[in-house]
Write a protein that binds this ligand. Structure first.
Ligand code: FES
Length: 374
């Protein structure tokens, strides 16, 4: 009853011996017949206890020890992937034959792959690798399982921030409001600009009114303060650049002597330089040319030369002056004033307005106050 169970080594030794005997009995058999040799069948005979008793079945699964739990799972996965024959107890028995097949020079059949169960223990990594290979061989049905398991982890991803509303999505009322604001603001700016350029207070006030309509009362008040400050700034800036008076030069040429016939008064330079060029021989009987200032000696009005009356007549208070400049009627207290006159190097008459000569002061005798014609 206490018959010792044969070990795997004993079983393998017996199988080899039977194989050798069979080979000796039929040396002409081809290697392909090796799997059909009674070896697999004989194995159960040589190990009836292993095939018939349940104790033989755990042998291939002898691996179950502390690790067997995970190995079982792995093997179960491998079997579910198409290695069912190895799961049967008979497979455990045939595995030795499968191991023998290579020894006989034959190629192992597909069913011999699970023989690894009877070999050395596989590490968990190797088991996982085999499981992956089995799943890959099982076809596409295994793939979705892994794919379905993945989506469970990314659940913790933070929510995406809400996108700002696009411009196209803005209500039409908002766009119309922005267009109205831009229009009124442009109108206000134009009013300010032209008001400043044209110095028009009305345009500036209109611009301020239009701008104020766009703002709240608080903002309108600040805008008014800013506007007043801006106007003051512009005024100060304008003050820093005063008007420039463009005055005619004090010395200028009025042409040759031949341009002025005897006993004539020329109005040619009256408007531009404020003088008359007079050529006469009525003053002290001397033929001379001199320049008279077109300024009334009463209150500064501009007299007119009346050629028909041969006199200067002031339109303000009626003062009258002879061709020589001597006053003879009206409130004018003294004769008209002469300007400096000389013949320049080029033969032209040159007037110098920076020098004045008054007859009542005896200055007309100065030779620089006239040019004598000989
Ligand atoms: Fe010429 Fe009075 S200003 S007469």
């Amino acid at each position: 009853m206490e018959e010792k169970k044969p070990s795997t080594a004993d079983i393998l030794a017996k199988i080899r011996a039977q194989k050798a005997a069979a080979a000796a009995a039929a040396p002409t058999e081809t290697p392909l017949s090796a799997p059909e040799t009674p070896a697999p069948i004989a194995a159960p005979e040589s190990a009836p206890a292993a095939a018939s008793t349940p104790a033989a079945a755990p042998k291939p699964a002898a691996a179950p020890g502390p690790k067997p739990t995970s190995t079982k799972d792995i093997m179960a996965a491998i079997r579910s992937g198409g290695a069912k024959p190895a799961a049967t107890p008979s497979a455990a028995v045939t595995t030795p034959a499968a191991n023998l097949a290579p020894a006989a020079g034959t190629t192992p059949v597909a069913g011999a792959a699970p023989a690894a169960v009877a070999g050395p223990k596989l590490s968990p990594q190797e088991m996982l690798q085999k499981m992956r290979e089995a799943k890959a061989a099982a076809g596409p049905t295994a793939a979705p399982v892994a794919v379905a398991a993945k989506p469970t982890t990314p659940v913790a991803a933070p929510p995406m921030p809400a996108k700002p509303p696009s411009k196209a999505g803005k209500p039409a009322a908002v766009r119309r409001g922005m267009a109205s604001f831009a229009t009124v603001a442009s109108f206000s700016a134009i009013c300010f600009l032209f008001g400043y350029l044209l110095e028009s207070g009305f345009l500036i006030a209109l611009g301020a009114l239009a701008w104020g309509a766009l703002l709240s009362p608080f903002m309108a008040a600040w805008a008014a303060v800013a506007g007043i400050g801006g106007i003051w700034t512009l005024g100060i800036a304008r003050f820093m650049f005063p008007n420039v008076l463009v005055e005619p030069p004090s010395k200028f040429k009025v042409g040759p002597l031949s341009d002025y016939p005897l006993n004539t008064v020329s109005n040619k330079w009256k408007d531009q330089f404020g003088i008359w060029v007079v050529h006469t021989d009525q003053y002290e009987g001397r033929n001379m040319i001199f320049a008279l200032a077109s300024v009334c000696t009463h209150l500064g009005c501009t007299p007119n030369w009346l050629d028909g009356e041969q006199k200067f007549k002031c339109p303000c208070h009626g003062s009258g002056f002879y061709m020589t400049g001597i006053n003879f009627e009206g409130p004018a207290p003294r004769p008209l004033e002469r300007m400096g006159l000389r013949i320049a190097e080029d033969g032209m008459l040159e007037v110098n307005k920076s020098v004045k000569f008054q007859e009542e002061m005896g200055q007309w005798t100065d030779t620089t106050s006239y040019v004598e014609v000989v």
